[in-house]
Design a protein around this ligand. Structure first.
Ligand SMILES: NC(=O)C1=CN([C@@H]2O[C@H](COP(=O)(O)OP(=O)(O)OC[C@H]3O[C@@H](n4cnc5c(N)ncnc54)[C@H](OP(=O)(O)O)[C@@H]3O)[C@@H](O)[C@H]2O)C=CC1
Ligand SMILES: C[C@H]1O[C@H](OP(=O)(O)OP(=O)(O)OC[C@H]2O[C@@H](n3cnc4c(=O)[nH]c(N)nc43)[C@H](O)[C@@H]2O)[C@@H](O)[C@@H](O)C1=O
Length: 324
């Protein structure tokens, strides 16, 4: 599969900065980074709706929105998102809300004439014991990681829906599968967030309160691949311009660290001087999920932000915006 699928008309994205672009989920970690990137590039006609203005689980509201606005390009960064604890605790929300949002948006975008849509999944779509680094064709080759299988099933359905609309309707719907992300506008909730923002907040509060130790979940041995959200936004724009194919594409940094290494680095960046205590009653989740992002690399995209620089940047943002 090349970067272009010959059966589907490919539309330049970057040539028309006045084109109407709907970024669903623009207040979240990913959506806000995409809006920053598009604004920097000179896009002048972004269509944005906060959750309170348009609930994307409501089919008739989504339908009315697309009928009125008719966006030419659509990027789906709205979803019910959370870390290992949230995924494990609210499986019904993760499967049902995500299926509803993506089904409503993808179908309405197609029927109201959008030229191209990019759907975002996640590296959790792959089997728990997939070969490492994980190639795109490992999808649906084995059982999923139980802590996030409900979310993963919804995301797999999103990939398949884009493929089905491409095959049946010759419509330019593509999918990107990002690895674990972080950066400005992340969710810093103490329990429901991902590991990186959770630890940033916990170390920061421990430093401010003079605590002697910080509790970190699990054993510290799982490996994770982190990508700064500005790199992800860059990859999304790159795919909108350069990629038109049936297969989803992995979007990763290619660099993995253990959770223990992440915790030590976070401790250094935040400036906490106490000890780490491991809570092995909390789940580790999948042992390793390094993605093979060589297909995206072969089209010409590479990440730029190192984990250390990204953590420093994110902590600065946290101090200025969250810790008021
Ligand atoms: N964060 C990560 O590590 C990764 C994220 N991704 C993917 O990137 C995408 C974005 O994730 P991320 O930015 O982290 O998530 P966030 O939770 O930061 O943002 C999601 C956005 O979607 C909005 N949203 C949720 N439900 C609805 C709804 N019913 N109607 C309208 N808007 C809604 C949220 O609004 P509100 O907060 O008001 O509900 C929020 O603005 C997701 O598809 C996710 O799977 C993939 C891999 C890793
Ligand atoms: C992006 C990705 O995100 C999720 O999968 P995950 O990678 O397992 O996510 P996580 O960031 O929550 O945990 C990573 C590791 O870190 C450990 N860990 C330590 N201390 C804390 C802590 O304080 N909070 C959290 N959340 N984890 C902690 C934790 O025990 C685990 O070993 C799914 O939503 C999945 O669907 C998905 O797509």
């Amino acid at each position: 599969m090349g970067s272009q699928d010959n059966n589907v008309a490919s539309n330049s994205f970057l040539a028309y900065k006045s084109a109407k672009v709907f970024v669903a989920g623009h207040r979240g970690l990913v959506g806000s980074a995409i809006v920053r990137k598009l604004t920097q590039l000179g896009f002048t006609n972004l269509v944005l709706r906060a959750h309170a203005e348009l609930d994307l689980t409501q089919q008739s509201d989504v339908e009315a929105f697309f009928a009125t606005e008719k966006p030419e390009f659509v990027i789906v960064a709205a979803a019910k998102v959370g870390g290992i604890h949230a995924n494990n605790t609210y499986p019904a929300d993760f499967i049902s809300i995500n299926l509803q949002i993506q089904t409503n948006v993808i179908d309405s975008a197609y029927r109201h004439g959008s030229k191209k849509l990019l759907f975002l999944g996640s590296s959790c779509i792959y089997p728990k014991f997939a070969p490492q680094p994980i190639p795109e064709d490992a999808l649906l080759t084995g059982p999923l990681e139980p802590t996030n299988e409900w979310y993963a099933i919804a995301k797999i359905a999103g990939i398949k829906m884009c493929q089905a609309y491409r095959i049946q309707h010759k419509w330019d719907a593509i999918s990107g599968m990002p690895t674990n992300l972080y950066g400005p506008h992340d969710n810093f909730h103490p329990e429901n967030s991902h590991v990186l923002p959770a630890l940033m907040r916990r170390f920061h509060e421990a430093k401010i309160n003079g605590a002697k130790e910080v509790v970190v979940w699990g054993t510290g041995s799982p490996l994770r691949e982190f990508l700064h959200v500005d790199d992800l936004a860059d990859a999304v724009v790159f795919m909108m311009e350069k990629y038109s194919g049936l297969e989803h594409l992995n979007i990763g940094s290619g660099k993995e660290v253990t959770i223990k290494e992440l915790a030590e680095l976070m401790k250094e960046v935040v400036g906490f001087e106490g000890d780490l205590v491991w809570d092995a009653t909390k789940p580790d989740g999948t042992p390793r999920k390094l993605m093979d992002s060589s297909k995206l690399a072969s089209l010409g995209w590479t990440p730029k932000v190192s984990l250390k620089d990204g953590l420093v940047d994110t902590y600065k943002w946290y101090l200025e915006n969250v810790n008021l």
